[in-house]
Design a protein around this ligand. Structure first.
Ligand code: DGL
Length: 280
């Protein structure tokens, strides 16, 4: 059989992109998937726009040069809502970004009240406000920004105790806001948050629809690359903080990754082998 799997690099600040990876891997298309996490800079949601607009294109340019994927998925809302333009300018291949799922949330709400959960950076971005004006102008959108939920998702995928503080704070931030008792759809506009959907669902005071962008990205990727149907293969994962990555490798191994690298920033983002033997 001809190997026509399209090679795709999935990028996030940490493990959040794995929620997008899972949606791409669940799609029927033949992809060969690599992953890069800028975990030395996690959380992106507390970085400035200027920092992200400089760092993300520089990092991705180097990794794309070394790994030569056919497309990049910026599986991070915080980066997509501010740095897609410079990333596209820096790369010669298609770049697919994540869009906060405000349009589908507006289509699904029965009460007309939508919750929007994202990082502190994404909730206040002009990009987010524009999406709300465009697709949810006749709805009430209650926004809550949480950097704590990003760390909670990281802890969960490390197999550590999740605790309840960040989940409780986010649920209170949405449902205790004026009008919040009527929220029936929550748009998860940070790719870390679908990894916590069970905990969020259990803590919410009412049944809601929790929407993320994973399946939409998988469809967009297949269309951009004109991908054929076939099995997905999983290949490499690289981290800007190799030491911290060791505790998360289990989540990557569980998804079929077996080749890990550390991206050395001092050497202009060069990827170097990371093995379990170097774990402390
Ligand atoms: N997963 C990311 C997002 O979708 C960023 C989380 C962070 O690093 O703050 O926004």
């Amino acid at each position: 059989m001809v190997n026509d799997a399209k090679r795709v690099l999935v990028f996030d600040s940490g493990v959040g992109g794995l929620s997008v990876f899972d949606a791409i891997a669940a799609a029927p298309h033949a992809f060969e998937l690599d992953y890069v996490a800028d975990n030395a800079w996690l959380p992106y949601g507390l970085k400035t726009d200027e920092q992200l607009r400089a760092r993300v294109p520089a990092l991705l340019s180097r990794v794309v040069e070394q790994w030569a994927p056919e497309a990049v998925v910026v599986a991070c809302n915080t980066a997509s809502t501010i740095a897609l333009e410079p990333v596209r300018a820096a790369l010669k291949i298609p770049v697919v970004g994540v869009v906060p799922p405000i349009k589908p949330a507006a289509a699904m709400t029965q009460t007309g009240v939508i919750g929007l959960l994202a990082t502190p950076a994404t909730v206040q971005r002009a990009y987010t406000s524009d999406l709300i004006s465009q697709f949810a102008a006749d709805k009430t959108v209650i926004r809550f920004g949480s950097a704590g939920l990003v760390q909670a998702a990281e802890r969960k995928l490390r197999g550590e105790d999740l605790g309840t503080a960040e989940i409780t704070e986010a649920i209170r931030g949405l449902f205790s806001a004026p009008g919040g008792e009527n929220i029936d759809v929550v748009a998860l506009a940070c790719t870390h948050f679908p990894l916590l959907v069970e905990e969020l669902t259990a803590a919410a005071p009412r049944a809601c629809l929790w929407m993320d962008s994973g399946a939409a990205i998988a469809r967009r990727l297949a269309s951009v690359l004109v991908a054929q149907e076939g099995p997905t293969r999983v290949h490499r994962a690289a981290f800007t903080n190799g030491h911290a990555a060791h505790t998360s490798l289990r989540a990557f191994e569980a998804r079929g990754f077996g080749d890990f690298s550390h991206i050395d920033e001092a050497r202009d983002f060069r990827a170097e082998a990371l093995t379990r033997a170097t774990a402390v």
